[in-house]
Design a protein around this ligand. Structure first.
Ligand code: 83H
Length: 289
């Protein structure tokens, strides 16, 4: 008999793929989002009543797009990571048609929604998120994981308002320089859009892009066409509009991250120690309005 959590003692489901989990173990709730490869539903494990997010992927799609290896990598990486700002992957199971990932449920939903709704964030909130991201990325980099696809759509908020990095679909485990093209251009470092070798510093670049977007509500190199975004990124065509008003320290941090030469970008440690972060970020990582 497999051990199951007791109802009065809610526990996340089993950590790895084991025969004990199937769709029968869950009450499926409303859909939370959908992607190219499937949908995400809120669900509750019947016995423990533990609420999770189930990401349902269709094997047909996975075969069609030949993403089997990417998915396997995503699952292995996300299962191995334990950090307060990284969304947990508790386990997975499959049947004839589907692969189902059992993921942590983020009550607050996507940061993307908040940004669209509020236009731009107060500096203290932005700094709190950037600090959380820098801490999560430092942990990933220590484990030789480069995320490479951090964007507001991949950032979720838990019930306390803590930021969680989700979606490791494009991450890689690496210690050497890599060469691969991926993602929407807006968040990509020059070495990635130019398809040159890249390393951990691509994530530091992305923190600069996100910091800008949190404060100004649009990414810094946004343009009408992919071609123009490409040009703006490779030329580091960076401007700071006069509205909304943003502090000089915040602009300084952004300028130290959006640097063409990857080795000259501010390190994650230096981001955490930057005066704007020290002055504005809540070290608990929790932001409540
Ligand atoms: C949510 C989500 C969306 C997006 C999660 C999502 C979540 C995911 C990925 C994972 O109104 C809401 N929306 C928009 C439909 C609320 C706030 C209920 C919400 C919570 C929304 N959580 C899918 C992998 N974990 N949690």
């Amino acid at each position: 008999m497999a051990t199951r959590p007791e109802p009065q003692d809610p526990q996340p489901p089993a950590k790895t793929s084991t025969p004990q989990w199937s769709l029968d173990n869950f009450e499926i709730g409303k859909p939370l989002g959908r992607g190219k490869f499937g949908r995400v539903y809120v669900a509750r494990e019947v016995k423990s009543k533990y609420v999770v997010a189930l990401k349902v992927l269709h094997k047909k799609q996975i075969n069609k797009y030949r993403i089997h290896h990417q998915l396997k990598r995503e699952m292995e990486i996300q299962t191995s990571l334990r950090h307060p700002n990284i969304l947990r992957l508790y386990g997975w199971f499959h049947d004839d048609e589907r692969i189902v990932l059992i993921l942590e449920y983020a009550h607050g939903g996507e940061l993307y929604g908040l940004l669209r709704e509020k236009s731009h964030l107060p500096e203290k909130q932005a700094a709190t998120y950037i600090l959380s991201l820098a801490q999560a990325l430092a942990y990933c980099h220590e484990k030789h994981v480069i995320h490479r696809d951090i964007k507001p759509e991949n950032l979720l908020l838990d019930h306390e308002g803590r930021l969680k990095i989700a979606d490791f679909g494009w991450s890689v485990q690496s210690s050497s320089k890599r060469r691969t093209m991926c993602g929407t251009l807006d968040y990509l470092a020059p070495e990635m859009v130019e398809n040159r070798a890249h390393d951990y510093a691509v994530d530091n670049w992305t923190l600069g892009v996100l910091c800008y977007e949190f404060l100004y509500s649009t990414p810094p190199f946004e343009a009408e066409s992919q071609r123009d975004t490409f040009k703006r990124i490779t030329n580091i065509d960076l401007n700071f509009p006069s509205t909304p008003q943003v502090s000089a320290e915040a602009k300084h941090l952004i300028s130290q991250l959006l640097v063409k030469e990857s080795s000259k970008r501010l390190s994650l440690q230096k981001i955490m120690e930057h005066p704007w972060i020290v002055k504005n970020a809540d070290p608990s990582g929790i932001w409540n309005n």
